[in-house]
Design a binder for this molecule. Structure first.
Ligand code: COA
Length: 245
């Protein structure tokens, strides 16, 4: 069903599945993957039949081992890289998806792997997952939103601990820091993600989108504006569905 090379995109019922599919390279994020993700996410965003998204990695060893290091050596001049980035803001697109996104994480979850997971809404991990941000050790800083999304998720001190020292976390540690929602045994990872997806699919899709929007957008607003946003969303939901709450 998938016409892509480095991701697999499938729809089953109301769930869209994106599988990072370069298992031999530990699903490292390359330019091709960026382009394919951009296309798949664009399709999801415009598809009213998609009620929930599951993001996962192929193979036994990794969800994603970060940016493809081989491309660092052949990177285009900065001006082209920047133009390409503006033309394809895959992270902005990811964060703008209205449907709930569940990330199912196993093995290595490094660099842009963590950043991709942070674009999702609920993160499940298997007990073999290891989380790290090796960027600073490579002489770069995260550029897929990690310097912003990580501290908003686990707080500045814990984020800086990871970013400044390159310290890796076990799944247990990641759970304690609330980087992930739940840890399960490896064989249970996909079934658990699917159970969660089915629960979300069984609900009113508009309510799922609105509540995601209220939380996600609200986090970037002062409380009074967040409350006004919630009120607007609740009102527009009431007029759309005729329900009151
Ligand atoms: N980019 C490109 N290729 C990668 C990669 C990456 N980020 N991470 C792993 N690979 C490739 C390896 O080169 C290797 O390819 P090969 O079989 O053709 O030699 C294959 O994936 C398996 O990796 P390997 O290093 O043999 O596995 P390992 O279990 O011994 O080690 C890691 C796993 C994740 C510790 C190690 O691969 C690693 O440190 N990767 C780089 C992580 C990183 O710095 N990412 C960038 C973040 S910005």
């Amino acid at each position: 069903m998938s016409a892509f090379e480095v991701i697999i995109y499938e729809k089953r019922g109301g769930a869209a599945y994106i599988t990072l599919n370069r298992p031999k390279a530990l699903n490292a994020y390359n330019v091709r993957m960026r382009d394919e993700l951009y296309e798949a996410l664009g399709a999801i965003k415009d598809d009213p039949d998609v009620r929930v998204v599951i993001l996962k990695g192929a193979g036994d060893k990794a969800f994603c081992a970060g940016a493809d290091l081989t491309e660092f050596l052949t990177a285009p001049p900065p001006v082209f890289a920047r133009q390409a980035r503006f033309a394809r803001d895959v992270w902005g697109l990811f964060l703008s998806i209205e449907q709930p996104v569940i990330a199912a994480l196993h093995g290595y979850v490094l660099g842009s792997g963590i950043e991709m997971a942070l674009c999702g809404d609920i993160r499940l991990a298997s007990d073999d997952a290891r989380f790290g941000l090796p960027e600073t050790g490579l002489g770069i800083i995260p550029a897929a939103g990690g310097s912003q999304t990580l501290p908003r998720t686990i707080g500045a001190a814990a984020a800086l601990d990871m970013l400044l020292t390159g310290r890796w976390l076990t799944a247990k540690e990641a759970l304690k820091l609330k980087l992930i929602n739940r840890v399960v045994a490896r064989p249970d990872l996909l079934p658990e993600a699917e159970k969660l997806a089915q629960k979300i699919e069984s609900m009113n899709p508009m309510i799922m989108r609105y509540v995601k929007q209220a939380v996600r957008r609200g986090l970037d607003l002062p409380l009074a504006e967040g409350l006004a946003l919630e009120s607007r969303l609740a009102k527009s939901l009431t007029s759309a569905t005729g329900e009151s709450g």
